[in-house]
Ligand binder design. Structure first.
Ligand code: SF4
Length: 172
């Protein structure tokens, strides 16, 4: 059956980040414009606006958030945990319905971060860990990579050979 890739909307060039910017990634953009990836933004799906306050996971890991032992807070202290979990569940539903097998998500985000996230102190320091959406997708058995890890070798198993050849010619 067809293998489907999911990507963070902001990496495809959509200005959906908390501060109204994108962080366009040429390889992600290429996959989307060539019909090889579905874009998702869990925070917009959960009903957040653009712009919105920055948020971080406070007091534990993504797993702790899902177990009610840690929280997602905006920089002013607002508890937005429920919306972050709702966004992750909406993305998981899309992933299940579309037979998604791989995801390339924006590193450091409290939703999409794959290997690193901010430490919950709003002081700009990172620690090892996942955002809520990335954690939920990993738990589903989906291969989840960050934008910093996206290359030909990573996409090759998830697209037809003809597409992977075009990809390497276009963006490596
Ligand atoms: Fe949306 Fe994820 Fe990009 Fe944040 S990192 S803007 S949640 S797609």
């Amino acid at each position: 059956s067809m293998k489907v890739i999911l990507v963070s909307s902001c990496l495809a060039g959509f200005k959906v980040r908390y501060n109204g910017t994108s962080v366009e990634n040429a390889a992600v953009r290429w996959l989307v414009t060539h019909g090889q990836a579905i874009t998702v933004c869990p925070e917009i799906m959960a009903g957040f606006t653009i712009p919105r306050l920055s948020a971080e996971i406070v007091g534990g890991s993504a797993a702790d958030v899902l177990n009610g032992k840690a929280y997602v807070r905006e920089c002013n202290g607002n508890d937005v945990t429920a919306k972050y979990i709702a966004g992750a569940q909406m993305v998981l539903e899309i992933a299940r319905k579309n037979n998604v097998q791989a995801a390339f998500l924006k590193e450091n985000s409290p939703s999409c971060g794959v290997n690193t996230i901010y430490n919950g102190q709003f002081d700009g320091h990172l620690l090892r860990g996942s955002g809520i959406t990335a954690y939920v997708l990993k738990a589903e058995g989906i291969k989840v990579y960050s934008d910093l890890e996206l290359n030909y070798a990573k996409i090759k198993p998830f697209v037809p050979v003809s597409v992977s050849e075009q990809f390497i010619n276009a963006v490596g």
